[in-house]
Design a protein around this ligand. Structure first.
Ligand code: C2O
Length: 344
């Protein structure tokens, strides 16, 4: 079981790739001593997350209000904006060791912990925002970058007057520029129409033809004592990382904020991006329908993460608690999935 110890060693190990981080100030350090085992709260109807490019003005006003309230929480409140951003910092390269294995870093990326960890990170983030505005049915939007209508940065995140706005973005990728789901630092000299088609082919490969098993889609199982990064799944390594790099600010030394692990949680667009990643997992379940080998692996099912919930309680969540969004009370509004029909 991979777990997380409640102090940080503050080291700055390099990431598994050649990209380095320069994290200095902010760490997420759980100080609570009481840990509650997660139980999904009862709900009467499913909440549906909607595409960010389709939300209406009333919803946007609520969302903005919630984010402002989160930004106004005292900095030492575990639900505050920076503390929440630092949850991402804590679970990546080198912030923590694994429990019982002081020479092995804890890193939830590049492994089958990637999808469950981010699912629950967003879940609690959304619950906190909902609590702040007194709406337990509040949902965050998702960035629908896998469909042509969503292939630009959503307008609600690029208005400098909005609390959703973030100033560290690649300015040459502002709307109407289309995302490149294979972006690795350099743009392509192709038309928008060609880019859309390539993006759809990327999606088909990473969701269908090249993602037929749980290891291919979710990544390899990461066991206590293992070296970090046993191997990422198809969308983690592919479209997901491409978007991080495409949005990150090339004027910053390490493509902050969303272009780097330690800082990406400071950009609200991160949560819309990961909403889509999470949605793609739920689509994969329907398309491929098998967690196969992972469901027999107790190391995977019992792996646990720690989060603060909407009441600032420290909660332990196991991978087995979060395999179906519907047990967590939410789902995704069904929208067109054009890449299902696009053959590579
Ligand atoms: Cu934790 Cu998109 O990275």
């Amino acid at each position: 079981v991979v777990s997380c110890k409640a102090t940080n060693n503050g080291n700055q190990n390099p990431t598994p790739s050649s990209r380095k981080t320069n994290e200095t100030t902010y760490y997420y350090s759980p100080t609570a001593t009481k840990i509650i085992d997660f139980k999904p709260p009862p709900f009467s109807k499913l909440r549906y997350r909607r595409p960010a490019h389709l939300v209406d003005a009333d919803y946007l006003a609520e969302f903005a209000k919630a984010v402002n309230l989160m930004k106004d929480l005292p900095p030492d409140d575990p639900r505050s904006f920076m503390q929440q951003a630092n949850v991402h910092c804590a679970y990546r390269n080198g912030a923590y060791d694994q429990v019982g294995f002081p020479d092995q870093d804890l890193q939830i990326h590049f492994s089958s912990l990637f999808l469950p960890f981010h699912r629950m990170y967003l879940y609690f983030y959304e619950r906190i925002l909902g609590k702040l505005i007194g709406d337990p049915d509040f949902v965050m939007p998702f960035w629908n970058w896998d469909a042509p209508a969503g292939m630009t940065m959503p307008a609600i995140y690029v208005n400098p007057q909005s609390p959703l706005y973030h100033d560290k973005h690649n300015v040459s990728h502002q709307p109407p520029k289309l995302v490149d789901l294979e972006y690795n630092g350099t743009g392509k000299e192709i038309t928008d129409e060609e880019l859309v088609l390539r993006n759809l082919k990327v999606m088909h490969r990473q969701m269908v033809s090249g993602a037929k098993t749980a290891s291919l889609f979710h990544g390899k199982v990461y066991r206590a004592g293992d070296k970090p990064s046993p191997g990422p799944g198809s969308i983690e390594a592919g479209c997901h990382t491409a978007i991080h790099m495409w949005v990150g600010d090339p004027r910053e030394e390490y493509e902050e904020d969303i272009g780097n692990f330690y800082s990406s949680g400071r950009d609200m667009l991160f949560y819309a991006h990961h909403g889509n990643v999470d949605r793609l997992w739920s689509i994969w379940d329907k398309v491929q329908g098998t967690m196969g080998e992972h469901m027999d692996d107790i190391n995977y099912l019992n792996a646990a993460f720690y989060f603060y919930d909407e009441n600032a309680n420290l909660v332990r969540v196991k991978v087995s608690d979060c395999l179906d969004t519907k047990t967590l009370g939410y789902d995704y509004e069904p929208v067109e999935i054009p890449w299902l029909r696009t053959k590579p």
